[in-house]
Design a protein around this ligand. Structure first.
Ligand SMILES: [Zn+2]
Length: 326
């Protein structure tokens, strides 16, 4: 092995709910190998999460030997500063002014890069997925939260503070539902997994008839976006209306993004996007009512192609890009 060029980059996707680590081929990219998944379990404390991430990376490195690893690409919830590798604030994980990149690099003895998890998703889909070959790509991740990333001419647009592309905190109602970020009416408060579940439950307590309650044995606090999808698939009218409204709310945010960036493609990923065309078809229709015809003709709205390892692939891609010369 000695003297050979390293063949792999370890890609790491640190989410509020799940951790994913895998090795991506430096030259070819593509699906990661040796993928490890674990729950994030932020309730155990910020140091525990870091320790587990480091352990997963070390295991991944040990699989193939250190000489064949070029380095580590990290994706984490932001706001964060990609240049200094410091996470400014993640209320979910309890990190504040946390020098994540250097801590991981030191603990693993390998060079590392750090970028926002939704930026990594967008980079991955641009590099290897639904946004391949496109000059202007907006990525949106629908999960526990709603993340976003903007790429222009093959570069992630970070903005002045590193906070660009936060689609989830664009507002769809100026006096609307309170959001965890402190603002109101953020699309995340409506169309994230917990947002969808909360709206479905509120409507039931307001008296709508639905099979949702029976799906969770009356324990309404256990309703998730997945339960709503299940009820909709079984023909439940209330659940279907919640999903139709979700599509309209998301479409409002997507239309705002199209007015701002006029992209070639909007790629939508994350767990909530598993609803597929049932979500995307009404979403496209509603976006069409809210943007100029020329914009709509130029822009495709697609589901991500890389599944739940898009962030791992993208994080590795960001590392590869940063170390292209080495
Ligand atoms: Zn917000």
């Amino acid at each position: 092995m000695k003297g050979e060029r390293p063949r792999w980059v370890v890609g790491v996707d640190i989410g509020g709910t799940n951790l994913r680590v895998g090795r991506v081929a430096v030259e070819a990219g593509g699906s990661p190998t040796g993928v490890r998944r674990s729950r994030t379990r932020p309730e155990l404390g910020p140091d525990q999460v870091l320790d587990r991430v480091v352990a997963m990376i070390r295991d991944s490195v040990a699989d193939v030997g250190r000489d064949s690893i070029a380095g580590i690409g990290l994706g984490a919830p932001g706001p964060l500063d990609a240049e200094s590798g410091v996470v400014a604030e993640t209320p979910n994980l309890g990190w504040r002014d946390f020098p994540l990149r250097d801590l991981v690099a030191e603990a693993c003895g390998l060079p590392a890069t750090l970028d926002n998890d939704a930026n990594c998703f967008t980079f991955g889909e641009w590099w290897m997925g639904a946004g391949r070959g496109c000059r202007r790509v907006v990525g949106i991740t629908l999960g526990t939260g709603i993340g976003g990333g903007v790429m222009i001419d093959g570069e992630i647009y970070h903005g002045a503070s590193g906070g660009a592309g936060e689609v989830g905190h664009t507002s769809v109602d100026f006096g609307g539902r309170p959001c965890a970020c402190g603002s109101r009416g953020c699309v995340e408060a409506y169309a994230s997994g917990p947002g969808i579940a909360a709206r479905a439950v509120e409507a039931i307590t307001d008296g709508s008839g639905s099979i949702l309650a029976s799906l969770v044995d009356g324990r309404l606090e256990e309703v998730t976006a997945e339960t709503v999808r299940e009820a909709a698939a079984a023909g439940d009218r209330h659940a279907r209306e919640v999903l139709r409204e979700t599509a309209r709310i998301l479409a409002t945010a997507v239309a705002n993004v199209i007015h701002l960036f006029d992209p070639d493609v909007v790629v939508i990923g994350g767990g909530v996007a598993n609803a597929g065309e049932r979500l995307l078809r009404p979403l496209r229709r509603e976006v069409g009512r809210r943007v100029f015809r020329t914009q709509m003709r130029a822009c495709r709205i697609l589901r991500g192609e890389l599944g739940d390892t898009a962030g791992v692939i993208g994080a590795a891609g960001v590392f590869r890009r940063a170390h292209a010369a080495s």
